[in-house]
Structures are given as structure tokens and as C-alpha cells.
Design a protein around this ligand. Sequence first.
Ligand code: 15L
Length: 264
Amino acid sequence: MKRLLITGAAGNLGAQMRTRLAHLADTVRLSDRGDMGQAGPNEETVPCDLGDRQAVEDLVKGCDGIVHFGGQANEAPWSTIRNANLDGVYNLYEACRLHGCNRVVFASSNHATGYYKQDEVIDNSVYPRPDGLYGVSKVFGEMMASLYHDKFGIETASIRIGSSFPEPRNHRMLYTWLSYDDLARLIERIFDVPKLGCPVIYGASANDQTFWDNSRIAWLGWRPQDNSAAWKEKLDAEVEKPAADAPDVVYQGGMFTADGIHQE
Ligand code: 15L
């Protein structure tokens, strides 16, 4: 493609993906409110607040595909969630509709279904059970993707990302860990397939332990290659295991389920 937009380029995943996905487009347009550093040879940087409708329209104009990591990536007070994850997503899809951008990767989160228990295996057909305002905002994003697909044919893959860090940080992440390379492989497949539709995908590596079943999106041909089991011994030695009734052991969303509603 000619131009790929990556929002949230100053965040953890944006920063990791900008080099890994560089080969997908002649130009990678990077956007964030924060510092994105120097633009590389095939990069351009466009600072943008996702809550600013006109700015988002200008940002999306001329882009053939979007990887949307932008927005609030954790629990926060309502006004923060609303600006970045509700207004921001609405602004993004309106801009896609107006400027004919037809393929989007939406960084959803496992917190859209965080209240499912860890002893249940769920797939992308389950009813959402968000574990906070942040999780609700991710369900909203998935529904906007569905609406703009049905009404306007804009294709989106919503990835319910588990825990994408250099390595798992605790025992829950043995289930939820997604390596950066597996995430990049997934995004490559999403832009490779001729017809995408509007699938929801659980974003986890090929971990020995899992509570997510991606068999309904096998057609996508994504084969994660990394496995959190490589860190199990280290975690057992260095990180204390929580009690059997701790939220981090009971619920898929872990500690997010124990959080209150953040006040302004
Ligand atoms: C998320 O959605 C967060 O963005 C990330 O910081 C982690 O907390 C992750 O979920 C997780 O569930 O481990």
C-alpha cells in the first residue's frame, strides 16, 4: 500500500510496530499526542489529539490502511476514556468513511471480556463482559467497527490484545502474553488477506496455557510462534504466586476486575 497510518506511535505497541511494519507501505504515517522521536526514512510524523474531529480527518486523508493503537490503554476516569476511546474512535471511522480508507486494525483488549473466569475457554462469539470503563470503551470500538463494516464496507480486525510486553511479568501473563513478533505477524496477515470482513481475534502467542480459542479465525492463516512457557521457570523463581482466590488467578482480566471506577 502507499500509506499506512499507525496511531499511538509514541506508546509501547506503536513504538514496537513502527519498524516491524515498515515494509507494509511506501510511507508510514505516525501519529500521537506524545513525542514520537525522529521520523525514519519512510516515516512521517503527524501529532494529533484523537478527540479533535478535524485533526483526525486531516490525519486519515491519504491513508490506505490504519493500525489504531491510539487512545487510552488502561483504566482511567470517564472524561479521559470518552475523549480518546469513544470520540476518538468515532472520529477515526468518520474520517475513514469520508476519505475511503477501507482497512483498519483496531487494538481492542482482553478487558472487553475480562470478567470471564480463567477456568473457562472462550472464543470470539461470547457476549462481552468488560471489567472496567476501559473494557467498555473497547467493546464500543468493536461495535463501531461492526457498524462501519455493515453500513459502509470498511473492514476491521479487532484484536483483543492480551499482554504485549517483552516477556510475561506475572503468572496470569503465561496465558495472556503476546510477543511483539507474533503481533506483527498477525497485522501482516490482516493486510495480506484479500477479504477481511470484521473479525474479532484474541491476541495471544502460542502459549502452553490459554483460555482463548481462535479456531473461528483459522482462515486468517495467522500462526503465532512464540510461547510464554519459555519464562515459566524464571517467573516461578522470581514472582510470588497469588492466592487461588486472587483476582489475578480467578478472572481473565486479572487485577482490572478489582479496580473501582476512577473518579475525575
Ligand atoms: C491492556 O489492555 C493494557 O493496555 C496493558 O497495559 C495490560 O494491562 C494488558 O491489558 C493486560 O491485560 O495484561
